[in-house]
Design a binder for this molecule. Sequence first.
Ligand SMILES: Nc1ncnc2c1ncn2[C@@H]1O[C@H](COP(=O)(O)OP(=O)(O)O)[C@@H](O)[C@H]1O
Ligand SMILES: [Mg+2]
Length: 215
Amino acid sequence: MLDLKEISYQPQTGEKKIINNLNLKVRENEIILICGNSGSGKTTLLEIISGLTNPQKGKITWKNKILSPRQRRWLCGVVFQFPERYFIGTTIGKELKIGHKSLREKNIEIVLNKVGLKKLNLTQPPEQLSGGQQRRLAVAVQLLRNPSILLLDEPTAGLDWSMRNDVKNLILDLKNKSTIIIVTHEPALFDGIPSRQFILEKGEIKNFVKEIYEG
Ligand SMILES: Nc1ncnc2c1ncn2[C@@H]1O[C@H](COP(=O)(O)OP(=O)(O)O)[C@@H](O)[C@H]1O
Ligand SMILES: [Mg+2]
């Protein structure tokens, strides 16, 4: 379990706390959906969980052990908003291999299968993929690192209707295989995904919205 206890964060440049005494428990292999308006602190929360931002107060544990920010960077795979903007590989194959000294072709194949990108021509540039496929590729890049927790920041942002469904299906494909935390200002787009849903408001998890699991 990932346990966030009384987390508060105020940037040096900010006048008020972005995250304010936040508590959240995430079980292994569950999907958590955190909904909040623009500016509610969603991205900041993901940065804190993944060790990119260090809160002034609070404790973060994984499997009952306190983790340093550096350890959390290893633990988490973050897919930032509009991940396709940050692709630097000239081909899909190169994009997947970034940061890996050696990577078995088999591992690439397994991960591409997991994200539903089978039989891709890896020598084509990532831009040739559809919007939904590019998001899948961004998730694949993270999965190759084998993260314990996958964090998705507004995964449907900027996609048209059919592509949004593509992303939803991707998340459904990953369920029960990874611990996934999604933050979004469009929760309705994730209807049908078995998850626990929360609202983030003014840096606090305000209430527990619903728990949707298949019967
Ligand atoms: N480094 C920073 N310094 C000052 N204010 C910040 C900083 N980062 C984010 N903010 C502010 O904190 C609030 C929450 O930001 P963010 O986490 O990006 O929200 P969301 O992802 O929900 O839109 C916003 O009002 C934003 O302007
Ligand atoms: Mg954001």
